[in-house]
Design a protein around this ligand. Structure first.
Ligand code: NAD
Length: 502
């Protein structure tokens, strides 16, 4: 039996329970059907039905918000060491079930196992990393004044909502939920409607690892029904949102009446800039990895290649050869590098840019075709002869599609790189140190890598500028979002109090 066949067999063993019971909401440690019935979840691999999913509404959010509010004080006040050991047990349980998580994620989202097996383990790493910091998360400062001993302390903000998208959903959810729990918040998780499976696994794993009932609640459903209700709920103190920029704007509006604190991680149209003096072989590997891995459905993908005119022809020729070699196939085949796109709607969006590119005068140098007729497969695509004004250079396509644009001078490269509504990441390839310092100083992006692909280091700040978001995750930045600073001043003597009405 081939490895693919073995993986498919294992997958079906794990899917059995979803096919029989569907994906229910989990509120206060109980399964709950959706108030609006169910919606259907299908696989992008062959469009087959995976399962029915609970379709929630404001009533389900209200029940979950009550559960999260009821569970808050005990969770907040639990001894830090005890909370820490629960988070570590969750990490261990994720590791123990990493294969099941990865297989379900691949079938649900179309992502290749090659990348998803690591993504499941990164979820465990997120729990371990924030568990390590539980004890000191509430530490503060001592700011002595002439008459007062001032101290600061940090306290968890309260029940929070976490709204996640369908791209690498397990890893992304843990990136939000782990620090929220470590801070002492309780959580309502609203997973993307297209990828509900691993969110269900996460809440089960967490409860089995000892997380008290109601500390993590999962409510499935559509954004405008469940996500909106979560943003509007008065018991929810903050929303950590990951998704499209225009949804981020809705999240802000919906939270206005209840004065929500929002953290928005949004879209990108990230540039990778390759100068003639760079290590071009490494640059080529990184350019390819950062747009064609994870199906290009990645917020930090480098979807705009800015390449110096002097090396453009040679660089693009090598790129075309490699892009044409990328293995598109069944996500559970260990050899597969690119799987199918998440949904019919997204497939239609991505493939519509093939025509847009032609109409705008760009050249389809590789790909630009769909593959097969069962699932949502497209060939990895490269557009050349493009300008930064074309739609293929301005809009987030969110698929395995790269737009190549040439530049002559450093000034022009910087101007092109910054001429975008977005500002999530930037990637710079040059061996000129002074240029790297100058260029990164001028580049409008929340995260920049020089002579490297995106390599995450959990203590560093993660987030974007401009339309790519507001706020940062990572290290202590995560705790800043999920916690409130509190100042307490103690009089150290009998300082003079101004007397009125004497
Ligand atoms: P999306 O905005 O359509 O959906 C994201 C989530 O928001 C889903 O759970 C959805 O149901 C919910 N939602 C939809 N309408 C809502 C509303 N009115 N109120 C509250 N919630 C609502 O995004 P998507 O298509 O699922 O994901 C892809 C997008 O996510 C891309 O733009 C990508 O760049 C972005 N993304 C950003 C980051 C980052 O860290 N910056 C990471 C991953 C993905």
């Amino acid at each position: 039996m081939s490895t693919l066949e073995q993986n498919v067999k294992k997958l079906y063993r794990h899917l059995d329970r979803f096919q029989s019971n569907g994906v229910l909401n989990r509120i206060a440690g109980q399964d709950r059907a959706g108030s609006l019935g169910v919606f259907e979840n299908s696989s992008p691999v062959d469009r087959s039905t995976i399962c029915q999913v609970a379709r929630g509404n404001t009533d389900d959010i209200d029940a979950a918000a009550t559960a999260a509010a009821d569970a808050f004080v005990d969770w907040r006040d639990m001894a830090a060491k005890e909370r820490q050991s629960i988070l570590i047990r969750i990490a261990e349980a994720i590791e123990a079930r990493a294969e099941e998580i990865a297989l379900c994620e691949c079938w649900d989202t179309g992502q290749a196992l090659k990348f998803m097996s690591k993504a499941a383990l990164r979820g465990a790493e997120n729990f371990r990393y924030f568990a390590d910091q539980v004890v000191q998360a509430r530490d503060g400062q001592h700011l002595k004044s002439p008459t007062l001993m001032n101290i600061t302390t940090r306290v968890p903000i309260g029940p929070v909502g976490v709204i996640t998208p369908w791209n690498t959903p397990f890893m992304l959810s843990t990136w939000k939920i782990a620090p929220a729990l470590a801070a002492g918040c309780t959580v309502i998780h609203k997973p993307a409607e297209a990828s509900p499976l691993t969110a269900r696994l996460l809440v089960e794993i967490a409860e089995e690892a000892g997380l008290p009932k109601g500390v993590l609640n999962t409510v499935n459903g559509y954004g405008e029904e469940v996500g909106k209700a979560l943003c509007e709920h008065p018991k929810i103190r903050a929303i950590a949102f990951v998704g499209e920029s225009r949804t981020g704007s809705l999240v802000t509006k919906q939270g206005a009446d209840t004065l929500k604190r929002n953290h928005l991680e949004l879209g990108g149209k990230n540039p990778v800039i390759v100068f003639e003096d760079a290590d071009l072989d490494r640059a080529l590997d990184a350019v390819i990895f950062m747009i064609y891995s994870i199906n290009g459905e990645r917020c930090t993908s480098s979807s705009r290649l800015l390449v110096q005119e002097t090396i453009r022809e040679e660089f693009e020729a090598k790129l075309i050869e490699r892009v044409n070699n990328i293995r598109v196939g069944h996500p559970l085949d260990p050899e597969t590098e690119v799987g199918p796109l998440i949904s019919e709607e997204h497939f239609n969006k991505v493939t519509s840019y093939f025509e847009v590119a032609k109409q705008d005068g760009a050249k389809i140098a590789a790909g630009g075709e769909v593959l097969g007729d069962k699932g949502y497969f497209v060939r990895p695509t490269l557009f050349t002869n493009a300008t930064n004004q074309m739609r293929i250079a301005r809009e987030e396509i969110f698929g395995p599609v790269l737009t190549s644009i040439s530049f002559s001078t450093e000034e022009e490269a910087l101007q092109l790189a910054n001429d975008t509504p977005y500002g999530l990441t930037g990637y710079l390839w040059t061996n000129d140190l002074t240029r790297a310092l100058r260029f990164t100083d001028g580049l409008e992006a929340g995260m920049i890598w020089v002579n490297s692909e995106n390599v995450r280091h959990l203590p560093t700040p993660f987030g974007g500028v401009k339309a790519s978001g507001i706020g940062r995750d990572g290290g202590d930045w995560s705790f800043e979002f999920y916690m409130e600073q509190k100042h307490i001043g103690f009089a150290t003597g009998q300082h003079r109090i101004t007397r009125l009405g004497v």
